[in-house]
Design a protein around this ligand. Sequence first.
Ligand SMILES: C[S@@+](CC[C@H](N)C(=O)[O-])C[C@H]1O[C@@H](n2cnc3c(N)ncnc32)[C@H](O)[C@@H]1O
Length: 282
Amino acid sequence: MANEAQKEYWNGEVGARWAERDDFMTRLLEPAAFALLEKISPESGIDAIDIGCGGGSQTITLAEKIGVGGSVLGVDISAPLLDCARERLIRQGLVRANVEFLKADASTHGFVAESADLLFSRFGVMFFDDPFAAFANLRQALRPNGNLGFCCWREKSENDWINLPYQAIRPCLPEQPEEDPFAPGPFAFARHEYVFEILGKAGFSGIQIIPCDVSLSFGPSKDIQAAVKELTLTGPLAKLMADLSDDVRAMAFDSVVTALEPHYQDGTVTLSGALWLVMAKN
Ligand SMILES: C[S@@+](CC[C@H](N)C(=O)[O-])C[C@H]1O[C@@H](n2cnc3c(N)ncnc32)[C@H](O)[C@@H]1O
């Protein structure tokens, strides 16, 4: 079955930990949602699908922008994150557009054909085993002239939030296997030529891929150790740290603290995030 490894990953410890820390993740990733929404500027009253909606904060922000008469369907494979999204929706109270959440694999789900005006995603589309088939499937859900708008990470080396701590812990890590740059994961779409190819082959037109830089704030925290703790629980760093023995992990942690001291101010470590904003038309 497609995407088995990702289903296990997002329904296991990683999904549960993200759900527990979703308020933190919401604050952390808000600048990316704002940059994407400003660029695509969704029209009011439209029907949208949020792919890989996770804890749903950006689904609700999108729904507020779309407003009365519109709808957003948030789709995700992760049960803990969908629970979190549904709770967030109840907590939020009245949302101006209709919002629903669905547990489904967006790459293969049989969406109602031509039912959406916008396919949207904040960091939710880089995890498909077969991105070519996935985007062809997703395009079927778009109405003629409908829009696609998502953001994804550029290369790790351009993203201080992962690169600086990674370089700091590197001497503590066992030899790392060579990475397949296109393997499903947060950096699978770092090469924009690959994204052009996927969307072009899936039948999208008017593809635009624009670099965008945001500031990511790890905090507010009582001290730098607490801010670095949040950082090392986020994304691929969490797994690298978890795989270390206790004493090596403590050494790695101290190295990250030292490396990030220049970026710590007023309870927050602030690091750059390098994104692609990707837009296309059906
Ligand atoms: C990095 S998280 C982003 C979550 C959310 N969009 C946000 O910005 O907070 C990636 C999300 O994509 C979801 N995902 C991965 N593969 C998926 C698939 N095939 N279908 C639907 N969701 C998927 C994961 O479960 C996870 O919630």
